[in-house]
Design a protein around this ligand. Structure first.
Ligand SMILES: [Zn+2]
Length: 324
């Protein structure tokens, strides 16, 4: 179900400044009411009897006017079962969305005064999980596709690499005459046809034009209903010539972000979460209102299934499947 309001307005739907944020969310009740509005944009409907009438109790629950059943605003959302004030979550969401490059766990720990680094880390991952909208639409038109290699976390004084670099498949919409649209990124196990064409099928609408380099794994794209345009590097070897400028740009931004904001400390096991956050940010790069990012994040958070710490650590239980 599509619940995104097409044109949320600053100062009405979301706070525009830190000062507005503080004024709007000065109490737990204010935060709960805000979430209730995001969760039921057309008004509360009782999940038990379907009657569209109810009110909020003093304990932050919605009570059905017909069957009297109480529904927790937070049940079934990212915030389910939290023992921390909602207000703290809102501050965390504001922190993550108001930083130009997003926050890292150490920064969040400092801002919220958490005793534990692990709590901050878990919160960030829960929020990243909410950044991926379930059932989001696929890319279309002209789409560049290529692979890039990231990570290879280094550990210990010996400087020994404990992990190999991860393969990340990248898809970028190309606009005419210039400019790029949305991106999709996915960690893939290898550069085989199964992995790469499988990625394209997941993220790009059939009938689209796929621009790739000459790698043979992409040869079967036409059999799956895609037009393939093979872009071959100029024989002159001109270093200024970039065959797939969109992918090239996205890949270098991704690497810079992983090294800068996250100091290269992202392990392959958790890379998928960072790719989600990067995608969320990149696809909303044109919205200069940071408050709008905050709004979108919370809007998606009330639709997300609660994600428990164990699932984050061991992604094989994750609804999106293994990280690869
Ligand atoms: Zn009811």
């Amino acid at each position: 179900m599509e619940r995104q309001s097409p044109h949320p307005t600053g100062g009405v739907d979301y706070p525009r400044t830190m000062q507005e944020f503080d004024e709007w969310f000065s109490s737990e009740d204010a935060c709960t009411s805000y979430l209730a509005k995001l969760r039921w944009p057309d008004g509360f409907v009782c999940p038990s009897c379907g009657v569209a009438k109810g009110w909020m109790t003093a304990r932050g629950q919605m009570r059905c006017a017909a069957c009297q059943r109480q529904t927790s605003v937070m049940a079934g959302t990212l915030f389910e079962g939290t023992r921390k004030p909602l207000r703290l979550w809102f501050q965390a969401a504001w922190y993550v969305t108001s930083q130009k490059f997003g926050g890292n766990a150490l920064g969040l720990q400092r801002v919220l005064g958490f005793g534990s680094y692990q709590t901050a880390w878990t919160w960030l991952h829960k929020m990243r999980n909410a950044m991926v909208r379930p059932g989001r639409e696929r890319l279309s038109g002209s789409v560049e596709v290529d692979e890039t290699y990231v990570g290879g976390k280094e550990e210990g004084v010996s400087g020994r690499f404990t992990e190999k670099k991860a393969v990340v498949a990248v898809a970028v919409e190309v606009h005419e005459p210039k400019g790029f649209g949305r991106v999709r990124l996915r960690q893939v196990p290898d550069v085989s046809s199964a992995s790469l064409v499988g990625f394209v099928q997941e993220v790009v609408t059939p009938g689209s034009s796929i621009l790739t380099d000459g790698w043979k794994s992409y040869d079967s794209l036409p059999q799956h209903g895609y037009h393939r345009e093979k872009i071959v590097l100029s024989a002159s070897g001109d270093p200024a010539h970039v065959a797939l400028p969109g992918v090239h740009r996205v890949a270098s931004l991704l690497k810079r972000w992983l090294l800068g904001t996250h100091q290269g400390a992202v392990s392959n096991k958790h890379l998928a979460y960072y790719l989600d956050e990067f995608t969320f940010r990149f696809n909303r790069r044109a919205s200069h209102a940071r408050g709008l990012l905050f709004y979108r994040l919370l809007q998606q958070a009330v639709q997300a299934d609660p994600l428990r710490y164990r699932q984050i650590v061991d992604r094989k239980d994750h609804p999106l499947g293994p990280a690869g």
